[in-house]
Design a protein around this ligand. Structure first.
Ligand code: F0G
Length: 459
C-alpha cells in the first residue's frame, strides 16, 4: 500500500489548549503590537508557526529522562549519557554542551575569528552571521544560484557553489579564512538540503587548503533523510549511517539542539582538534558554564541525549518531511506559490507573487504575515525587506533582498494535519481578497536586527 502522507507515528497523551480569539480581539492585538507579530502575546495565537526552534513536543521517554537528570556541577551522569550519544552519532573526538546554537557559534567565533577574516558558507543563519561580524569577521554566502529562484525545483538547493568557493579561497587565502562552514539544511535559503556529493567536494576544497571545516548541524537529520530519499546510492543507507558519513568529512560542528534534537533548550559544539578544544573550554567556562554542563541543567542534557536519537528515527522523519510537503502542496493547489521544493522544517510563501501590487519598500512579506494573523490567528515570520533591506553604505540607495517571503515553520510533533489544513485555508481566503491588502511603513525601527522590535502602521 502506498501512503501519500504518513500519519503521525505517535499518539497524543498530554494536550495544551490553544484558543482562537475573535476577529475584533485580533485586530486590537495587532494594533497594540505595532503590527509586529513578535510583540503579540502567545496566548492570542491559535497556531504558532513563528519558528520550529525549541517549540517541539518532547516524548514520554524525554520527559522520563528529565527525572534522571543529575545536577552535579561537574562530571554529572547526565553529561556522560549525552557524551555517549554525541560520540555515537557524530563521531567527533571532543564536544561541549552549550545553552543553544548561537552560544556554540559565539564560542567558536571568539576563539577563531580575528578582525578582517572571512568565513564562507552556503548561507549563514543570521545568528552565525552576526557572531562572525561581532568578532570583526566577514561572513560570506556562496550557495548555488538556483537557491534564489523560488519556482525552479532542485533536489539539493542548499548546495555550495564549488567554483565560487574555490575562487573565494584563491582570493583571500588560508590565512584570512580561520574555518569554512556549511549549513544543513539551509534555513536562510528555504530549508533546502545539501547533497553528500556536494559535502564531499566542500570538504575536499577546504582540506586541500588546510582550512578546518565546520558544519552548522541544526537540521542535520532532516538533511540526512533528504539524502536517503533523493541521492542515488543512499536509498538503502540508514539515516544514522548517512549522518556518520557527513560528520566524518568535517573537523567539527555547531548545533542548535532546539531543532533536530527535539529539546526546548540546548546546543552542542564538537571538534577533533585538541588545542582548539582547550581554548573552547576556557571560553565556555567564562561565558556558559563548566564544560560538563555548558549552561544547561543536568536534566536538559538527558532530554537531549534521548532527543538526538528520536530526531533520527526514520518513521518520524518520514512523517515530519511529508507534513511540510503537505502544507506546501495544499497552498500550491490553491495557486499560492512557495519555494520549490518544500523545505524540511518550513514552507516559504512567495509574498510578492501573492501581493504583486505592494512594492518592496512597503513590505509585502510583512503585509502577508500580518494578514495571516488577522485571518486565522496564525503567526508566521517575515523573511524579506523588514529583515534584510538596508541602505548602500556608499550611495545611500536602498538595497532590497531578492526574495520577500513568509516563513511558516512547523514545530516538531506539535500540530496535526488539520492544523495544516486550517493554515492553508486561511491563506487561500487571503488570496481571494489579495488586491485589497495594503502595505506598511515603519513607525519605529532600530538599526540592527530590526525585525524583532520594529513597529509599523498600515498605509
Ligand atoms: N543555525 C541555524 C541554521 C538556525 O536555524 C538557528 C536558529 C541557529 C543556528 C541558532 O540556534 O536559536 O539555538 O541559538 N534558528 C531559529 C529559526 C531561531 O527560527 O530559524 P539557536
Amino acid at each position: 500500500m502506498t501512503i501519500t502522507y504518513p500519519p503521525e507515528p505517535f499518539r497524543i497523551k498530554v494536550t495544551e489548549p490553544i484558543r482562537l480569539i475573535s476577529r475584533e480581539a485580533r485586530e486590537t492585538a495587532l494594533k497594540e503590537a505595532g503590527y509586529n507579530l513578535f510583540a503579540l502575546k502567545a496566548e492570542d495565537i491559535f497556531i504558532d508557526l513563528l519558528t520550529d526552534s525549541g517549540t517541539g513536543a518532547m516524548s514520554q521517554a524525554q520527559w522520563a529522562a528529565l527525572m534522571s537528570g543529575d545536577e552535579s556541577y561537574a562530571g554529572a551522569r547526565s553529561y556522560h549519557r549525552l557524551k555517549a550519544a554525541v560520540e555515537d552519532i557524530f563521531g567527533f573526538k571532543y564536544f561541549v554542551p552549550t545553552h543553544q546554537g548561537r552560544a556554540a557559534e559565539n564560542i567558536l567565533s571568539a576563539v577563531l575569528v580575528k578582525p578582517g577574516m572571512y568565513v564562507p558558507s552556503n548561507m549563514h543563519f543570521d545568528t552565525t552571521d552576526a557572531n562572525i561580524r561581532a568578532r570583526g569577521g566577514h561572513p560570506t554566502n556562496l550557495v548555488i544560484d538556483e537557491a534564489f529562484d523560488p519556482a525552479t525545483p532542485h533536489p539539493f538547493k542548499g548546495n555550495m557553489d564549488i567554483a565560487k568557493l574555490k575562487a573565494f579561497i584563491a582570493q583571500y587565502g588560508r590565512e584570512k579564512i580561520p574555518f569554512g562552514m556549511i549549513t544543513v539544511t539551509n534555513n536562510a535559503g528555504g530549508g533546502q538540503p545539501v547533497s553528500m556529493a556536494n559535502l564531499k567536494q566542500v570538504a575536499d576544497v577546504y582540506h586541500e587548503k588546510g582550512i578546518p571545516f565546520f558544519i552548522d548541524a541544526a537540521r542535520y537529520a532532516e538533511n540526512c533523510y533528504f539524502i536517503q530519499q533523493r541521492e542515488p546510492g543512499y536509498e538503502y543507507v540508514s539515516v544514522k549511517d548517512i549522518a556518520r558519513e557527513i560528520f566524518s568529512l568535517a573537523d567539527g560542528m555547531c548545533m542548535s539542539a532546539k531543532k533536530d534534537a527535539i529539546v526546548n533548550i540546548g546546543g552542542l559544539l564538537c571538534m577533533n582538534d585538541e588545542t582548539l578544544f582547550g581554548n573552547v573550554k576556557n571560553e565556555l567556562i567564562l561565558r556558559e558554564g563548566f564544560p560538563t554542563y555548558g549552561g544547561l541543567a543536568g536534566r536538559d542534557l538527558d532530554a537531549m541525549a534521548v532527543g538526538l536519537y528520536e530526531g533520527l528515527d526514520e518513521a518520524y522523519l518520514a512523517y515530519r518531511l511529508h507534513q511540510t510537503a503537505y502544507l506546501a502542496s495544499r497552498l500550491n493547489e490553491a495557486g499560492i506559490p512557495t519555494i520549490q521544493p518544500a523545505g524540511g522544517h518550513a514552507v516559504y510563501v512567495d509574498a510578492r507573487a501573492v501581493l504583486p501590487h505592494i512594492p518592496q519598500g512597503e513590505f509585502p512579506g510583512q503585509a502577508l504575515t500580518v494578514e495571516l494573523y488577522r485571518e486565522g490567528a496564525i503567526r508566521g515570520c517575515e523573511i524579506g525587506s523588514v529583515m534584510f533591506a538596508h541602505p548602500d553604505p556608499e550611495t545611500g540607495e536602498m538595497l532590497y533582498p531578492r526574495l520577500e517571503l513568509l516563513r511558516l515553520a512547523i514545530p516538531r510533533r506539535t500540530y496535526t494535519q488539520s492544523h495544516m489544513d486550517y493554515t492553508a485555508e486561511s491563506l487561500t481566503n487571503i488570496k481571494s481578497r489579495a488586491e485589497s491588502i495594503r502595505g506598511y511603513k515603519f513607525t519605529y525601527a532600530p538599526e540592527l536586527l530590526r525585525h524583532f522590535t520594529a513597529r509599523f502602521e498600515p498605509l
